[in-house]
Design a protein around this ligand. Structure first.
Ligand code: SF4
Length: 203
């Protein structure tokens, strides 16, 4: 008699993440709960609505920024580029994509002062992984345009940042798969104008 091996238990599907989830995880890990595990409608404050309208206006203007601002003479810039990789289980809409020869560089527009923070760098690395997957090229760096300072920062997509990006994606997926609510942000000030403040009963 032939004994067939027992069927392997079904593995939980791999959740598709958005590049913005990487940024949100740094802001507050609980956001992933309200967006992926137990989705709720966001409550946008007046201040946030005003801020978003201003950001959209500024973003439209930034799309006209020339190659020279990034130190390139040849190529072109494409705005609002939708990216998706089933292999990475990752999707996102990139603010701008710089094409020069066979090279591609992600560009993100930010509205905060000072050097690019970890959340910006993780987001840029997420887009770099998507571009590498799609074009089959290396993406050694990307750019962050800081509107308030009117500066462009070149951000290396180096080994430690890549490691952290993979680990963050793993942490996000574990949270979604096991439906474990992460603790509230350790910085209560972040809860004040958070879209999910009405749903977090413990803050
Ligand atoms: S209200 Fe506070 S704890 Fe809840 S998601 Fe927002 S920042 Fe995180």
């Amino acid at each position: 008699m032939t004994v067939l091996p027992l069927a392997q238990p079904c593995e939980l599907p791999t959740p598709i993440l958005r590049v913005s989830d990487l940024r949100q995880w740094v802001y507050c890990p609980r956001v992933v709960w309200w967006t992926h595990v137990c989705p709720v409608g966001k409550v946008e404050s007046f201040k946030m609505r005003q801020g978003l309208a201003k950001e959209r206006r500024q973003q439209r203007l930034q799309k006209r920024r020339t190659l020279r601002a990034f130190g390139w003479r040849h190529g072109h810039i494409e705005a609002n580029v939708q990216l998706f990789s089933p292999e990475l289980g990752l999707s996102g809409k990139l603010d701008m994509l710089l094409h020069t020869g066979v090279q591609r560089f992600p560009i993100e527009i930010k509205f905060t002062h000072g050097p690019a923070r970890l959340n910006h760098r993780l987001q840029l690395a997420g887009y770099a992984l998507l571009l590498e997957e799609y074009y089959g090229i290396a993406v050694p760096h990307g750019y962050v345009v800081r509107l308030p300072d009117d500066t462009v920062d070149q951000i290396p997509i180096d080994g430690p940042l890549r490691d952290l990006t993979w680990k963050t994606m793993q942490a996000l997926r574990n949270t979604i798969r096991h439906e474990r609510m992460p603790p509230a942000s350790t910085l209560p000030a972040r809860c004040i104008d958070c879209e999910y403040r009405h749903f977090c009963g413990d803050v």
